[in-house]
Design a protein around this ligand. Sequence first.
Ligand code: ZN
Length: 99
Amino acid sequence: MVASRSARERKAAAEAGPLAQVRIDLGDDDQFVYKIRCTRCTVRDGVSWSAWRRGEDNGYMAAMDRWTFHLVEKHPGADAPCLTYVDAAQQRLEERRSR
Ligand SMILES: [Zn+2]
């Protein structure tokens, strides 16, 4: 469990690119909690912008999608592997909304 968590953390960090700081915690219900923090943006009082979602692969996807949109919106010049999937992320967002 622990090994798979750090492996996931490394994978997520690689996908999210250099602007992100990724952490995966274990929630009280033993679910993963994915946190992707922006190292550049603060929302208020020095608190970093971050996306966090709970769950296994769906949590990972949701957090990464949210991060991808943040990059597109706030850091247009940034380069990150997750940007490759921005179209897929957009599609998932629309699916979630239409549900
Ligand atoms: Zn940012």
